[in-house]
Design a binder for this molecule. Sequence first.
Ligand code: ATP
Length: 557
Amino acid sequence: MKTSFSTPILRRHWVRCLPLQNIRRISQAAEEYASYSHSKPVVTFEDAGLRPPLAKAIYTAFPNVKTPTEIQSTLISNVMKGKDIILQDETGSGKSFGLILALLNKPRLAFGSGPRDRKAVTSLVLVPHRDLAFQMLHWIELIVRASAGTPPPLSSIAQVLVREGDRHLTEGLPLVRTHPPHILIATPASVMEVLREDPDAFRLKELSTVALDEVDYMIETLPLNSSNNRRHQQKIQALEKHPGPARALLAEIYKDRAKLNAGSREVMVDAPSHSPQLIMSSATIRRQLKHFFFSEKQYLNREVVKIRRAVMRLHGQNELMTDQLAMHSVVSHHVLVASDDGIVNLPSAVTAEDQGIPRLSFEEPKNVEPLETFPTLSDIDPAVETRSIEFSMTPSPLNQNSLEAVAAVFALDVPSVALLVIPSETSVHRAVYDLREMGVNAHGMDLLVQDRGRTYLLKADAEPSKTNPTLLVCTSSSIRGVDLPALTHVFILGLETLLAKDNWTLTLDTYIHLCGRVGRFKKHGKVITVVEKKTVSGIEKILSTLDITPVRFNAFG
Ligand SMILES: Nc1ncnc2c1ncn2[C@@H]1O[C@H](COP(=O)(O)OP(=O)(O)OP(=O)(O)O)[C@@H](O)[C@H]1O
């Protein structure tokens, strides 16, 4: 039965070489710095170009989403035109959400005609880690469920391909192969692994769109201003030798396009055929990344559409400039120094009143849920008991003074959900165990992989129970891009490992993205960095570069 949600089907008769005009069409749009000047003001998603049934389902699924932002409407119209796009806006401004809506709106690809037609994956969305993949799937699930008529199965619209605990990646493969989804959300490593095992799992060349969300996190690039330095040269060689899965995947998908862009299109009559629309998105897209896409690899040319707003203009260590819009004014930054002597504020911190910051007030949670809707730790991970015994017998590698500072602020200040970010190489299980021993209701981010956890944490219109606030623990490598609507506080531990010595912009970008988990869509938030005495200068340098004045926590000296 045809439902009002089902995507229209674009039939493509597969030919090895499309005519040259089609090749041109792929990258034809004149370079367009989004001016947002629409002939008719965009007030609805329908005006922006979404099909009415899809727009209706969005309004039903997300009551807080009423109109598209300017960025989103520009994105949607350019996605529909098939243009390559660079999308850059501050964290929490709706880039990933807008991207998913635009891709849902694309016509579904099918090859051949009649009963023998074969559906194909229309869009491949590449994300840096599984939690972001599940978040996107959750958004799509809500929209599909809210669609009129009999909603199509979620798996026909979207599937996720990521590593998930002990489950072997190829377990999800038969479904991708026999019932390709409209949108496949995956990490680059998973795609590479799956295609190594089964090159026909899905056909990269048939994709209509490849979107890289948090692109700068997936593609490592080096600063451009130290190219003569010997160490830098060694790093370039190392990157060429071990390019990482995202680079390797792009090389596979876009090898023909790179040749095409490098040569003259006019003379390449036998030019290779199709290459998917390429979209990349992040709050922090540096010059070095653009250099990679344009000059080094020739994946993009000057015809790409750049959609940008409120972007940090950081061009390298010597020419740092900040754009005050890039760090949210609705976020206050706090630094606590934890040691055996106790917990104190950074000496340079000012009071909120001195800084002219209005007292941050967090809305009372609506729709308080019964506690039992929250999965318990052992529901999620049956190994928790065994690990607890092991942890109780071994000293913790984590700095207990810092954890105690987190526990104290959590108890004093957090209304419902806070996030604790620990360094990538640190055990989340251990941190959860230590915090629970301190009486904190701590959970690992594994919650997002569970249906119940997702429903609970990713709700846009309801906030989890205030009676038992939750501290989610994750590492800095698994939090990029994640949107937790009820989140009010971000704690950062282990800053010294974030201070990339010879890549200062990387340090700043990491801090910007961690802070960007709060202050989303103009909601208030606090970032509390807990440091040891030896790291005080590191956080001071980050804050002064970003033109941020730290604010005192009145409870501490
Ligand atoms: N048009 C809209 N109206 C209201 N809320 C919106 C709209 N678009 C997105 N949102 C909400 O804004 C939040 C942030 O969205 P999203 O994760 O897409 O931001 P982002 O720009 O990708 O952030 P990051 O750079 O951190 O990845 C989500 O909770 C989403 O529901």
